[in-house]
Design a protein around this ligand. Sequence first.
Ligand SMILES: Cn1c(O)c(C(=O)NCC(=O)O)c(=O)c2ccccc21
Ligand SMILES: [Mn+2]
Length: 248
Amino acid sequence: THSVRNTNVPMSQRSDYVDLCRNIIRDMDLYGVCVLDNFLGYQRGMTVLDEVLNLYNMGVFKDGQLVRNKASNNLKTIRGDQIIWVDGREDCCKQIGQLISDVDAVVMGSNKMNDNGKLGNYTINGRTKAMVACYPGHGSHYVKHVDNPNKDGRCITAIYYLNKDWDIKENGGLLRIFPEGWSDQVADIEPLFDRILFFWSDRRNPHEVQPAFKTRYAITLWYFDGNEKEEAGRRFQDASDLNSMQVP
Ligand SMILES: Cn1c(O)c(C(=O)NCC(=O)O)c(=O)c2ccccc21
Ligand SMILES: [Mn+2]
């Protein structure tokens, strides 16, 4: 976990931009996971949260997937995560758009700065739109999964969290990563306000979102490795696989 000095200049002009990228490169190479706190700074973090709350109140989030409620073994299902895809250029998503370009700046910066000019030996050349997710707080969770188990092109998952005054004991919603190769170790990440998390999207990082008991917001971007994506394009003739990724 590294803390970012808060300034309101564009990411690549920030005095600590180079250190940020170096931290990402080192943590991704060492652990395959990297957490940065105070990524945008309080002010800008709040403007992003306001836009997300506005979207939520406008009711544009798609109904979450139906999850069988294990507790009551009847067929009652609880609504899980609710999502909406934005590309950040919409009028109502300008601040989200700024967040996206700052995440692009650190991911592409790290990709270039690495000594062999590649982050994790990937050639990152694109990303999905931003997936804004909300877990309504009545026990909604996300089962253990791998984001990209079958080489669909996604190499890095970036998740920006928006949850102020989050008390993990009370509110749950912990992200638990089970890094491959670290048999009994897990990485527990609290979905704290203005925190950004990066991790390899493939089978190295199975993860789960534990039941949340307070509304939990996050914005996710997935970055593509050019070669893997190209290769997947040839394999996934069925357009629906790619549509679900909402490539801008
Ligand atoms: C809502 N939501 C997710 O929250 C995660 C996920 O892993 N989230 C981790 C987190 O929020 O900490 C996902 O990976 C995910 C994948 C497809 C559709 C929705 C999804
Ligand atoms: Mn995931």
